[in-house]
Design a protein around this ligand. Structure first.
Ligand code: 2AM
Length: 443
């Protein structure tokens, strides 16, 4: 609809230019501005519920793509759609030349400062658009870090123009006067980072706070229960010592992973990203049936139905709706069958969870395994020992330090379907060491 309006204006302009001199040249310039069909079909531009939510939440839209691929046109379309609520930070305005990064060090520094200033609390912008090539892993990881530090949900987007990776066309379209070889040099790292570390639903900041408070309340209460004290040796070898659960678990940003891709190295990553739709969503534009691509950037309402604690992890169980299962990888449960043999017999979506904390030295991946183990026991008819009816729901014990609180009222959590680029492995290790030295807290 919006796309059609833009088109109509452009056509009028072209017709009026026909009466003037130099028709051909001006016509070409005007046509350049027409968004090609389908190029603006992003969820956050067409999906009404998503648009309404993003107007009241803070989002960092990170554009990426080769020079001439249509980033600036997309940035303009976003600014039009979120008028008065959007700031576009454009690398060009800071003297950045992506084809010569060494010569652009100062420009990149100034640009980074500008992006950070835009993301800082106190600015009115709800939607901040970063208009740069962002073709390297370092750039993506840095912007993901800025988003996390400033409590923004990040999205990473490439223009959907047909020529977005077509070197001869890009060389013609870009205003930078670049050779194909220069664009090719950027295309290599861009393609290497086509797939993220993982896809998932990222909780909006306000709901993150609510989930954190609820899980903290739960841990505080659990810590004081006689039944928990009785099973303390599950959590510590020094049976005499008390365990402060709030200190025991390490924190992380709240999300529900759908597919761990490891930048394309994980099995099935590419197939997942291209996974076709099985059911038509109400607002789906039918020409492109890839679910991940179509739903990327849209807001969902997740239902958190239980909280669980084990000596290794604390998490929230996510009960996925049929629509949400469209984004669930077919092999998510099977992937961990070597550790939880019953995983193959559990329904799709059983592993869906949010990691709320991990004990020191435990990988986040463990949370889903811990949840599947509890569900496998339930499936085998071991309902767990009902320990207490708490205000939040029923608390059951499943042995070996495994506790499950079935929430009386599931928590409804708004979450954006997006992706994340983490620091490179060497940098991640450094960050991990830094975190270990800090006081260990949950959330
Ligand atoms: P989580 O979903 O249980 O929190 C980055 O490591 C993210 O991907 C984490 O959130 C992690 O766990 C999730 N993840 C899922 N499968 C993974 C795997 N095979 N290896 C590492 N992390 C994985």
């Amino acid at each position: 609809m919006e796309e059609k309006l833009v088109k109509a204006e452009i056509v009028k302009e072209v017709e009026s230019e026909k009466r003037a001199d130099g028709v051909e040249q001006q016509k070409a310039e005007v046509v350049e501005q027409v968004p090609a069909p389908g190029t603006l079909s992003f969820a956050f531009l067409v999906h009404e519920q998503t648009k309404a939510t993003l107007r009241t939440s803070r989002t960092l839209i990170i554009l990426r793509g080769l020079p001439g691929s249509g980033k600036s046109l997309l940035a303009r379309a976003i600014a039009d759609s979120y008028q008065g609520l959007c700031t576009v930070c454009c690398a060009d305005d800071h003297g950045v030349k992506p084809e010569s990064p060494e010569a652009s060090a100062e420009g990149y520094k100034a640009f980074d400062d500008a992006v950070v200033a835009c993301c800082s609390v106190g600015t009115s912008a709800q939607v901040i658009v970063v208009d740069d090539t962002n073709h390297t892993h370092d750039q993506l990881a840095r912007l993901g870090e800025v988003a996390e530090q400033h409590r923004l949900v990040a999205m990473f987007l490439e223009p959907r123009t047909e020529w977005s990776r077509d070197l001869p066309q890009l060389a013609k379209k870009t205003q930078r006067g670049l050779q194909e070889a220069q664009i090719q040099a950027m295309k290599v790292p861009l393609e290497e980072t086509s797939l993220p570390l993982f896809f998932g639903w990222f909780l909006l900041p306000s709901i993150q706070d609510k989930v954190r408070c609820t899980s903290l309340d739960f841990l505080k209460t659990l810590d004081t229960l006689e039944a928990f004290k009785k099973h303390l040796p599950d959590f510590t070898v020094e049976a005499e010592k008390e365990v402060d659960l709030e200190q025991y678990f390490q924190a992380n940003a709240l999300h529900c992973t759908t597919k761990f891709c490891d930048y394309g190295k994980a099995e099935g990553a590419k197939e997942y990203a291209d996974k076709p739709f099985h059911q038509l969503s109400r607002w789906l534009v039918s020409y492109n049936p890839a679910a991940v691509k179509e739903l990327y950037g849209s807001v969902f309402e997740l239902s958190l139905s239980a909280l669980f604690v084990t000596p290794r992890t604390v998490g929230a169980r996510v009960s996925l709706s049929e629509d949400q299962l469209t984004l669930w990888p077919a092999d998510a449960e099977k992937e961990v069958v070597s550790v939880v043999p019953a995983a193959t017999t559990l329904p799709a979506g059983s592993r869906a969870h949010i990691t709320l904390g991990c004990a020191e030295g435990v990988e986040q991946l463990q949370t889903g395994i811990d949840l599947l183990e509890i569900l496998a026991l339930q499936q085998a008819g071991q309902e767990g020992e009902l320990v207490e009816e708490m205000e939040l729901g029923s608390l059951s014990y499943y042995g070996k330090g495994r506790w499950l609180l079935s929430l009386r009222e599931p928590i409804s959590a708004q979450a954006c379907f997006s992706s994340l680029y983490g620091p490179k492995k060497a940098d991640a290790k450094k960050d991990g060491d830094k975190k270990k030295k800090q006081k260990c807290t949950i959330l």
